[in-house]
Design a protein around this ligand. Structure first.
Ligand code: UD1
Length: 418
């Protein structure tokens, strides 16, 4: 398992290009199951999660070929085989095949994903949505068995705003008979991007980007080519890298309009941010101000940026609070950041952070994707050497992070370990 060795203390400077969004491309890949034919997706990040999902799609008869940041997909011979536990357990987003398989073939078998690094992450809302569309759901030795042909439009009123359940429901509904209304739909840009992709394929979806989606089922869809939107979480992570090292970084290839809550939170800490022709520039100032932030569904502050913001707040002049409202136990990074000198107290879903003047390098263990990013960020500013172990987590969602950071002047190396 690879590790990163980081020697902290360099003010990062320069320009970094942001890759395509992991959370946008995963449902788009699954959506190719809805219409047989050839698709070309561009701006696809080279990430382990994309490789995993490509492997899963291959087990469903889909051809996936990568050429740099382009994926060519041929779903002509797609079949509703079982989505096996070996692949599903490594990536929860695999459950995104449920809606398209059910919508297109009238039945699906998808292994129930297990727990997650930060506690149980249920999929009851996904199953509820399928049932609302007329599917019968049962569990067969750990495998979700869904049947229902044809699916019929209905009103789906989500109790909780869920990105995955909204995406799955939309993909199941586009080929259903009649109209489906999804209330309390997730408004995340990745869901809007999925809907736009489906509309390009011929789906009838209105209300994109709002809490209520209306989907008029169509008999069939056609393949299309599309570009993946920029990754707002990767972008936010590099903004924190600029702030925490008191550096100056320009981000290119971003959608600033999709990053407002992150930009606002960083401004509140005292970082200077300005729009540029190519994207956005951040300048870290001397003093980091403490803030109180709550994670919220989009357009609120993303839970996927919580760990990275925490690393910055460790060095604030005063006490900060982070309320984690999406996943109340998503604090795996806390004990590791504490090993680097951070002062954090967690009570329920709240983390109270008492700013310290500096962090010190230490060997630390990555536990999940965003927690790993937080450790790398802390390592960039810590005194001495930080070794982040188990970076395979970070390879799931950050394209060439060590190269991109090194390009900004960071002293970071990948240490190959068997
Ligand atoms: C997606 C993102 C993930 C992000 C999360 C929240 C992808 C591939 N992953 O995950 O990076 O952290 O959104 O922005 O896009 N819930 C239920 N029942 C369900 C589904 C969800 O109770 O069936 C709850 C979850 O426990 C959580 C909340 O709903 O408290 C939101 O989760 P959800 O938006 O579904 O997250 P994911 O789609 O899994």
């Amino acid at each position: 398992m690879d590790a990163f060795r980081i020697e902290g203390g360099v003010r990062l400077k320069g320009t970094v290009s942001i890759s395509g969004s992991k959370n946008a491309v995963l449902p788009m890949l699954c959506a190719t199951l809805l219409a047989p034919g050839e698709y070309t997706l561009t701006n696809v990040p080279v990430l382990r999660d994309v490789t995993t999902l490509s492997s899963l799609l291959r087990t469903l008869g889909v051809h996936v070929v990568r050429d740099g940041s382009t994926l060519r997909i041929d779903s002509t011979r797609a079949v509703p085989n079982e989505a096996h536990y070996d692949l599903v357990r490594t990536m929860r987003a695999s459950v995104y095949v449920l809606g398209p398989l059910l919508g297109r073939f009238g039945h699906a078998r998808v292994s129930l994903p297990g727990g997650c690094a930060w506690g149980p992450r249920p999929i009851d809302l996904h199953l509820h949505a399928m049932e609302k569309l007329g599917a019968r759901i049962s569990l067969d030795h750990g495998v979700i068995v869904a049947r229902g042909a044809p699916l019929r439009g209905n009103v789906i009123d989500f109790q909780i705003s869920s990105v995955g359940a909204t995406g799955n429901a939309v993909m199941a509904a586009v080929l259903a008979e009649g109209t489906t209304t999804i209330r309390n739909a997730a408004r995340e840009p990745e869901i809007a991007a999925l809907c736009e992709f489906l509309v390009a394929m011929g789906a009838g979806i209105t209300g994109i980007g709002t809490h209520e989606l209306a989907i008029d089922g169509v008999p069939s869809l056609s393949p299309v080519d599309a570009a993946v939107i920029p990754d707002r979480i990767e972008a936010g992570t590099y903004l924190v890298a600029g702030a925490i090292t008191r550096g100056e970084i320009e981000l290119r290839d971003i959608r600033e309009d999709q990053m407002q809550s992150t930009v606002e939170a960083l401004r509140a800490t005292g970082a200077e941010l300005e729009s540029t022709e190519a994207g956005i520039r951040i300048r870290g100032t001397g003093e980091i101000r403490p803030v109180t932030v709550s994670t919220e569904p989009y357009p609120g502050f993303p839970t996927d940026m919580q760990a990275q913001l925490m690393s910055l707040l460790l060095l604030a002049h005063g006490d900060s609070t982070i309320h984690e409202t999406i996943y109340s136990d998503r604090f795996k990074h806390v004990p590791e950041l504490t090993r680097m000198g951070g002062r954090i107290r967690v009570e329920g879903g709240d983390a109270m952070i008492q700013g310290v003047p500096n962090l010190t390098g230490a060997p630390v263990m990555a536990s999940d994707l965003r927690a790993s990013a937080a450790l790398v960020l802390a390592g960039l500013v810590a005194e001495g050497t930080t070794e982040v172990l188990r970076v395979y987590h970070i390879d799931r969602g950050y394209e060439r992070i060590e190269e991109k950071l090194a390009g900004l002047g960071a002293r970071i190396w990948r240490v190959r370990q068997s």
